[in-house]
Each structure stands twice: as C-alpha cells, then as structure tokens.
Design a protein around this ligand. Structure first.
Ligand SMILES: [Zn+2]
Length: 382
C-alpha cells in the first residue's frame, strides 16, 4: 500500500517543470485571478506581520499560528511527522507555524477552530452540518498558511539569501483567497459561495496516524483533506462552477462510501485534475460598503453551457496526475485507452475503464468513443 508508506501524513504538491530561479515553476496564466484586492498589495509579508490581518507584530503581540491546528495534530499523533514542502524538504507539523497577531490567533481563528474541531470530533455527519463558509475558511487558511510559511523559508538552507521557497508573486495569485480569509475577523461579503466543496465518508484505520492526509496543488486553490471518517475535496475559488458537473469519479465515490484510502485518493486526483481544466479564471470586483468588503465574482454572463467552461478531459494527463497521487508508475494506471479506477466495485478492487466525462462529451462524440463503463477490463493492478 504505497499510500500509507509515509505514515499517512504528507502534503503532496504536483510540480511540472521546476524553475531554478525561485525553486518552483511560475503558475500558468489561466489560473491567475485577475481581481485586485488592495489590502493585500499594501501588506508587507514578513515574520513581523500577521499573516492574516497584516498588522505589525511586536514582541508582546506576536504569536505563532499552527497551520495544521494542534487538535488535529493530537488527533492523528502528527507531531513528529511532517509535510513535504514545495522544494521537497520536509517540515514537521508542530514546526509549521505562521506569524499571527494575538487578536487574530486568540479571537477569530480560535473560534473558527473550535467550531470545526467539534464537527470533526463528532464525525462526518456533523461536518456535513457545519456552516459551509466555516469549512471553506478553515481549508483556505490551511492552504494559504502553508504558502505563507514557504514564502518565509529559504529555498536552500545552505544559501538563505538566494530566494524563498515561494515568491511573493506567487502568493499574490492568492489575493482573492486572502481577501476571503479576512472574513474570519471582519465583514467580508462574497456575493456567491466561493468554492465547490464535496464531502465523502472514509474508512477509519485502527492506527490514528493512518487516518490523515492532506494535499493541495501549486497551480491553484485546491485542497483535499482526510481525517478519520471525513474526506473533503475542495476547489477553493471556482465560485461554484464545478458543482454538479457529473464527474464520474465523484459519482462513483458517492456510491462507494465509506471510501478506502486509495479510493479517496483517486477522488482527490480527479478533483485536482478537473480543477485545472476550468478554463475561465473568475475575476472578482471588490468595494467597501456599509463597513464590509464586497467581493463580486464575474461569473459567465450570458450563461454559457457549463461544459464549455472546462477544457476537454485528457486521459493521458489525468493518468499522469493519478499515478503521482497514488504513488504508482504511470504505466500501472494507463492501459491502452483505459485508466485505472478503484471506485467501480464495492470492495475497491481496481479495474481499468474508459472514462468519458460529460465535460468531454463533445470530443468524445467526435471520436465516436464508447460509453462509460463499456469495455471494462479487470485489472487487478494492486
Ligand atoms: Zn492579525
């Protein structure tokens, strides 16, 4: 089981072609969020600024906010295990902190943590009942906090002045997320729900350490997290455009719950891949009114067919990403025109199937491709 070989704790990031100048590749322009949020631009980013509100920190107001909260670390005995950072170095969860002011850390963030912790403690059904905006803010804080930490860490420990793991210009592509995060401590009114968040029930191992996974994606605000019986796949800034897209892996996963670790990771890979297919970055207009920051996303108008918002599904690209997430060799997930799935049978026996998504229905029709689920071949790859 390659997925649990590292103890079930890792943050896996999909990297294509590293740019040696900053240690990580420049993001592709189609995923940039064009909206400008002035507060972010004015905010200096340093160890002496609160990562959330930007307030200058003094020795009396400076605290450290754990990116992965302590309750989560205790729950999965995570203290000594760690996250793989974008430069392939590893950092222990307990060391993974960001500078935060006393007001944010002790006030808004701890209240948010309590609500989310109580949900996770009670289980998947309780998490489903949480305020979706709380879940969104909590996930957004995790992914933004990780990037912020990497902004402050030298890319090479032996050459601390050469550059940090993440450049400021990359963090600035997350300015909408940062603006939304400010909703933790002041009034921020998004005019639509900013994300597509899908919950799955997952199977629980006897060892607590095997019941946690975290993944995000360098190329856009995507987060997946598994904690005990709760699996979350979140496309953080699609403003709901991915909702109800009928992605086959998601449909099958819903029927296959509770998911094994491998099944959940397959859903994660597919969600991560579909997120990269969204071909229209959503611009966001913002203004101050009535003591609140309004964030108004420019959703497609006039409405176009939602399938047109996504690039066609490319089997080979998807297979490459799936192989990375499942820690398998690419040739083990792609066979001729079929890709491995663990979501088809109730016991999770992997099979090969020709995925045809509704997204790619036009391309599929042109190619006179077979319908989904036809020509299934028993694979037994695991
Ligand atoms: Zn603050």
């Amino acid at each position: 089981m390659p997925l649990v070989a590292k103890g079930g704790h890792y943050c896996d990031v999909f990297l294509l072609s590293p740019d040696p100048s900053i240690g990580v590749p420049a993001p592709p322009p189609r995923l940039l969020l064009p909206g400008e949020v002035s507060r972010f631009g004015e905010q200096p980013l340093s160890e002496w600024r609160c990562f959330l509100c930007g307030r200058h920190l003094s020795k009396t107001t400076a605290t450290r906010e754990h990116v992965f909260p302590k309750w989560l670390q205790r729950r999965h005995n995570m203290g000594e295990s760690g996250v793989v950072l974008l430069n392939d170095s590893r950092m222990k969860y307990r060391q993974l902190t960001v500078p935060c002011c006393l007001a944010c850390n002790g006030g808004a963030l701890s209240a948010l943590e309590r609500r989310v912790r109580d949900g996770f403690t009670a289980g998947a059904d309780a998490v489903a009942e949480l305020d979706p905006y709380d879940v969104f803010l909590w996930l957004a804080k995790l992914s933004y906090g990780l990037l912020y930490r990497e902004l402050l860490l030298p890319n090479h420990r032996s050459a601390p002045r050469v550059g940090t793991i993440v450049g400021r210009e990359h963090l600035e592509t997350y300015r909408i997320q940062h603006a939304l995060l400010q909703g933790t401590f002041r009034r921020v009114l998004p005019h639509a729900f900013p994300a597509t968040i899908t919950l799955f029930k997952t199977q629980v191992h006897e060892k607590p350490g095997l019941n946690f996974d975290y993944r995000d994606n360098y190329f856009g605000p995507f987060v997946a997290l598994r904690s005990n019986d709760v699996g979350i796949v979140a496309i953080l800034q699609d403003w709901g455009l991915s909702r109800g897209m009928g992605w086959p892996q998601f449909d099958r996963a819903e029927a296959a719950q509770p998911l094994t670790t491998m099944q959940f990771n397959e859903v994660v890979a597919s969600g991560m891949y579909y997120a990269t297919l969204l071909n229209r970055p959503v611009g966001v207009r913002h203004w101050e009114e009535g003591g609140a920051t309004h964030l108004h996303p420019h959703l497609p108008d006039p409405p176009v067919a939602r399938t047109e918002l996504f690039e066609p599904f490319d089997m080979a690209e998807y297979a490459r990403l799936l192989a990375g997430v499942l820690h398998l060799q690419p040739e083990r997930v792609l066979r001729d025109d079929m890709v491995l799935t663990t979501l088809t049978t109730p016991n999770g026996t992997p099979v090969f199937t020709p995925f045809r998504t509704r997204l790619s229905s036009v391309a599929a029709a042109k190619a006179a491709a077979p319908e989904a689920d036809q020509g299934r071949v028993e694979g037994g790859a695991e």
